[in-house]
Design a protein around this ligand. Sequence first.
Ligand SMILES: [Zn+2]
Length: 123
Amino acid sequence: MTDQPCPLCVQEDVVLRNALAYVRRDNFALSRGHVLVIPVRHVADFFDMTSAEKHAVIALLDEAKAQIDKEHAPSGYNIGVNIGKAGGQSRMHVHVYLIPRYHGDVADPRGGIRCVLSRETHK
Ligand SMILES: [Zn+2]
């Protein structure tokens, strides 16, 4: 589809990996310990990943969460995936956000990820 090298195909800042996916720190971190879980294969849509890729991503979410617990001891987490431009996706290679949350990091955390339609984003 494109000749341009995809930045998420390039495995940089890798903190964890398995055969089909890897974890990197996000250059635009929203909170302490925020990481991205990314399939190795270039695939844009979360739902187009193979079952094995989805399992690999979930396994790394577990491993990354355990590591973040040790390093940062957050109070909670959000897991999120933007799918399609209408869903806010700008990098067209699946990336699952694992965002540690801390008491007091926003004034009113109720609703968590449900609030994407009602709140201004961070940019
Ligand atoms: Zn890619």
